[in-house]
Design a protein around this ligand. Sequence first.
Ligand SMILES: [Zn+2]
Length: 282
Amino acid sequence: MKVIFLFIDGVGLRGPATDNPVNPEVCPTLCRLIAQHSVPIDACLSVPGLPQSATGQATMFTGVNAPVFMGRHCEGFPGPSLRKKIEEDNLFLRLKALGKRVRFADAYLVDSAEELAARRFKSVTTVMALTVPEVVSTTDDLMDNAAVMQDLTRETIQDRYPDIPVITPENAAAHLFSIARLNDFTLYEFFQTDVAGHSMDYTRACAVLRLYDRFLSALVRFTRAAGITVLMTSDHGNIEEINERGHTRNQVPFIAFGPREEDFRTHVKSLIDVTPAILRFI
Ligand SMILES: [Zn+2]
C-alpha cells in the first residue's frame, strides 16, 4: 500500500467561532475530511504546558512520548538530546528496514544531503531525513518537479530563484502525487499554517488555509483514483484560535483517507500512535 503523510503544522480542532478560520467557507476539503475521515487525537501527551513543535513532531515520527522523555514541551528545533533520540530510531529508519521506498517531498534548497547536514539548525523532519539521506529532495529535484516547496507555490523563493517558475497549488498536488506513485511512503510538511497562527492575522490565516485547501482538494482526487492512502495530522493546535498568539491545548485531527483508513483511525489516539500505526498498516 502506498501512503502520503501530510504533516500540517499548528492546526487543532475547535468548534465554530468568529476567530476560527478552519471552517467550511475557507477550507471546505479540509473540513470535509475532518468531519468524515478523521478522529480527534491528543497532542498534549500528559505533560503540563502548551504543546510545542520539537517534542510534538519528535513524538509523531518516533512513537516515543518526547515531552515525557524531555520532561517538558520543547519549542522549535530539537536540541542535542532530542536530536540523538530521533537519530537512533524514527519512522524513516523503520520503513527503510522494512524495505520500503521512502521520500521526503519537501525541497531543500541545497545540492546534496551533505550540504543539508552542515546546517546548524535542523527541524525534527530534517534530523530524521538525514538518517536516510537518499530520501532528501534537493534544488535539482524541485527544478524537475520531483519535489514540492514548503509554501506549495514557490512564491517565497522567487527573489533567490527567479528561474524556478511559480506553480498553482493544484500543480503542487500533481507533483506530490507523481512522487507518491514512485514510493511506498511520501512525507510532505507544511508549516505556513503555524506561521499564520502566530501572526494573529485572520485574513492571512484564511489565505494560507485557502491555498492549502486547493492543494488538498486536487490531491485527494488523484489519490482516490489511484488507491493511495492519505494521512494527515498536526503537532499541536494554533491557527484555530487566531486571537491567541501561542499554541493551544486543543486536540488535533488525525485524518486517514483511502485503503485501510478505518484501521488507521481505530489505532491512533494520540501523536504517540502515529508511527506505530504506519509501520503496522503500510
Ligand atoms: Zn508554532
